[in-house]
Design a binder for this molecule. Structure first.
Ligand SMILES: Cc1ncc(COP(=O)(O)O)c(C=O)c1O
Length: 422
C-alpha cells in the first residue's frame, strides 16, 4: 500500500466511500466523524484478521457504529485507543533510535497491518511474526521485511512460505538440520534465497538449538546449503519474566544474552557472516537493547501494554481495554460485569477496572462470560445503582485478548474528552 495513502488513512478523517473506492475490501482505518469527544475509527482489514473466535455475536463493527461514541457500543467491546497507541509507538521508536538497535516489533498481538505500517513509519525496520499466517497477512498489506520468529515445518507450510517470498523478503528461524534441509530444497527448487536465522535456547527450555558448538555446527551447515542465506542468530529470553526482582531480572537477561552473543562470536570465528543477532520482547527490551552486540529487538506488545507487561516495569499507558456492562449487583460489595474469559484473557494478573472515577473495584474473578468484582468501599457507594453502568477493564494479556476479539473498535479522542458524555 503506498505510504501517502496510509498516511492519509491514518491521519485524516475520511468517509467510508472514499476508502472503499481506493482500497477495495481491505479498507484501512476510517474515521467517520466524531461524537461525544471519542469517536470510533472503523475496525478494519477484517479479511486479514486471523481470529476465528467471535468475541460476541452481537458485536459487529458495522458502519452504523462508526463515528459514534465508544460509550454507545454493545458490550463486551474490545477497544483500542489510537491516541495512546500513537504515543506508545513514539515512545518505543524513540527508545530504539537512541540505543541504536533495530526495532522489529512482534505483531502477534496487533494483527492489524495498518498498525505495523505506523510502526514502520516511526522507524521500525520491519515486522516480527509468530507464524506464517500472520506473515501472509502482513505481506498482503505491503509489509516487506518480515521475520517469522518460529520454525516453518512440513510440505504445506513450506509451499506457502515459498509463495510468500514473491511478496516479501521473509526471514525464518530454524533449530534443526532436518528443517533447514527441507527449506533449502524448496527454496532452491523455487530459485529463491530464503533468509534464515538459527534459533538458540538461552534458558526458556522451549524451541532452539543449544548455544555454543551446536549453534556453530548448524550455522556452518546452513551456510553451505543452496537456496538459503545465513543471516545470524536469534533467541527469545521470555523466561526472564519469572524473575520478580528487577535487578535480578536484568542479570538473568544479561546472562541469557551472554549465551547468544558468545555463540555469535564463535560463529564469526568460524568464518560465518553473522549480520543479525536478534532477541527481546516487551518484558526485556529495556535491558536487551542496551547490550552491545544485539542488532535487533522484537518487542511488540508494548504499543498496547497490559497488566503483565506493567508487572515487568513497562510504564506505557494502557491502549487496549475491554468495555463491559454491570449486569448485576447481588450484594452491596459485589458486582457482576459481562466480560469473562471468552472475551478477555486471564493469566498472570487479574483484569483491572479502569475509568471508574470514584467507583473503586478490586479482585475481579473472571468466569466464562462474566466476572465477579468486589467493591471494598461498600458504605460509600451503597446507594448507587450500578446496573447498566459501563466499566472498562485492562486485560492481563493484550495479545491474548486481541486474539479473542474478532473485531476491535479503534477509537480516538478529539478535543476535550469528558467521561460525563457516557
Ligand atoms: C520469539 C518471540 N520474540 C519476542 C516476543 C515478545 O513479544 P511481545 O513484545 O509482543 O511480548 C515473543 C513473545 O512471545 C516471542 O515469542
Amino acid at each position: 500500500m503506498p505510504k501517502d495513502l496510509i498516511h492519509a488513512l491514518l491521519s485524516t478523517r475520511v468517509t467510508a466511500e472514499r476508502i472503499e473506492r481506493k482500497n477495495g475490501q481491505h479498507c484501512c482505518l476510517v474515521v467517520h466523524g466524531e461524537s461525544n469527544g471519542c469517536a470510533i475509527v472503523n475496525s478494519v482489514e477484517l479479511s486479514l484478521w486471523e481470529s476465528t473466535t467471535p468475541m460476541n455475536g452481537s458485536m459487529s463493527m458495522n458502519a452504523e457504529r462508526v463515528g459514534r461514541s465508544k460509550w454507545e457500543l454493545d458490550t463486551p467491546a474490545l477497544l483500542v485507543d489510537l491516541n495512546l497507541v500513537d504515543q506508545n509507538i513514539a515512545t518505543m521508536a524513540t527508545f530504539f533510535r537512541k540505543t541504536g538497535v533495530g526495532w522489529r516489533p512482534h505483531c502477534k498481538g496487533l494483527k492489524v497491518p495498518a498498525l505495523v505500517h505506523k510502526e514502520i513509519a516511526a522507524g521500525a525496520i520491519g515486522a516480527t511474526c509468530a507464524k506464517l499466517g500472520e506473515a501472509e497477512a502482513m505481506a498482503a498489506a505491503g509489509v516487506k521485511d518480515i521475520l517469522i520468529a518460529n520454525q516453518v515445518v512440513g510440505a504445506i507450510k513450506v509451499a506457502r512460505l515459498m509463495k510468500l517470498l514473491a511478496l516479501a523478503d521473509v526471514m525464518v528461524a530454524v533449530d534443526s538440520l532436518e528443517n533447514t534441509e527441507e527449506l533449502s530444497a524448496a527454496s532452491h527448487r523455487a530459485s529463491r534465497h530464503l533468509r534464515v536465522l538459527v534459533e538458540l535456547d538461552v534458558g526458556m527450555n522451549g524451541a532452539g538449538i543449544q548455544p555454543g558448538e551446536p549453534a556453530v555446527d548448524l550455522s556452518r551447515k546452513l551456510r553451505d546449503l543452496p537456496g538459503l542465506r545465513y543471516m545470524g542468530l536469534m533467541a527469545w529470553e521470555g523466561h526472564c519474566d519469572r524473575v520478580a526482582d528487577p535487578t535480578e531480572r536484568k542479570a538473568a537477561c544479561e546472562y541469557a544474552m551472554g549465551l547468544l552473543l558468545d555463540s555469535a562470536e564463535l560463529c564469526r570465528k568460524a568464518g560465518l557472516p553473522v549480520e543479525i543477532v536478534s532477541c527481546g520482547g516487551t518484558e526485556t527490551f529495556q535491558f536487551t537493547a542496551r547490550i552491545s552486540g544485539i542488532t535487533e529487538v522484537q518487542a511488540g506488545g508494548g504499543i498496547f501494554n497490559d497488566l503483565h507487561y506493567a508487572s515487568q516495569d513497562v510504564r506505557h499507558p494502557f491502549a487496549l481495554t475491554v468495555l463491559s456492562t454491570v449486569i448485576s449487583r447481588p450484594t452491596p460489595t459485589r458486582i457482576i460485569v459481562d466480560v469473562g474469559r471468552k472475551s478477555m484473557s486471564d493469566g498472570a494478573a487479574m483484569p483491572m477496572p479502569k475509568d471508574l472515577n470514584d467507583l473503586k473495584l478490586n479482585a475481579c474473578r473472571p468466569s466464562m462470560e462474566r466476572s465477579r468484582c468486589r467493591n471494598p468501599a461498600e458504605s460509600q457507594r451503597s446507594e448507587t445503582n450500578w446496573n447498566g453502568s459501563l466499566v472498562t477493564a485492562i486485560p492481563p494479556s493484550a495479545c491474548m485478548t486481541r486474539w479473542l476479539g474478532s473485531e476491535a473498535a479503534i477509537w480516538k479522542s478529539f478535543g476535550r474528552f469528558s467521561p460525563a458524555a457516557r
